[in-house]
Design a protein around this ligand. Sequence first.
Ligand SMILES: [Zn+2]
Ligand SMILES: [Zn+2]
Length: 278
Amino acid sequence: MRKDRESKQTLRKQTAIQMRPKAQAERKVQANRPKAQAKAKFAQNVWKGILQLLFPLRCPVCDRIVVPAGEKICLECMGKPRLLTPPWCMKCGKKLAQEGEFCADCRSKKHAFDRGRALYAYDSVAGSIYRFKYGGRREYADFFGEQMAEYLGNFIRSTQPDALIPIPLHRKRMAVRGYNQAQLLAEAVGSRLGVPVCPDFLVRVKNTAPLKYENPKERQNNLKKAFNIARNDVKLKRVVVVDDIYTTGSTMDEAAGTLKEAGVKEVCFIALASGTNV
Ligand SMILES: [Zn+2]
Ligand SMILES: [Zn+2]
């Protein structure tokens, strides 16, 4: 019995001795971690610097190369995109000319989405958004996403979303453009707010003509059944749909309708800009 106890004690001691070097090694790794992190950060900054020299960032407002390197927008351009301020429509977030609850559009039409907000007045960023969509200026997403996270962050958090869902492009248009601007915005916002982005949940099955060639009625008809759900292995209760421009809400309604048919309970949205003269 006594022997047995002794052997147990010896075993415990041995184990303690065996574990010591490992614990020391772990402490060493932990002590080295800040150094390793600093090294990685330095390498990252050097790489970033090289990239900035090779591909200098352009200002989303004036499209000139931003000075000093590393900034996302020129100092003098900072105030040019006009943030939408209250009063705004409680449903679609459009700027209201005077105090009120809903805009004329939302008073007369029942939307499929629950509510949404936009960041800028469209006329103040029209040229920017055009270059962002059609001029290959995908880098603007960094500045726009940062601003959306900052000014629409509280709204997004208040909806408690399971995911951000960018309005998808049809695969043919995606092949030509090479990127989906709504997805870039969603990723820039999602990474800042810690909300996952689901870019492959909703797909566009109809390749609709660009907005400028249609009147609102034609657009609404053309958008019918424009979207489909590509994944049924993901269960989402509340989502925030992300788009670049909100105008009549027909795209957003069609997307929200499809999402709700698939079982999503609440569909809110954010847009980079909204306005009536789009
Ligand atoms: Zn500028
Ligand atoms: Zn409205």
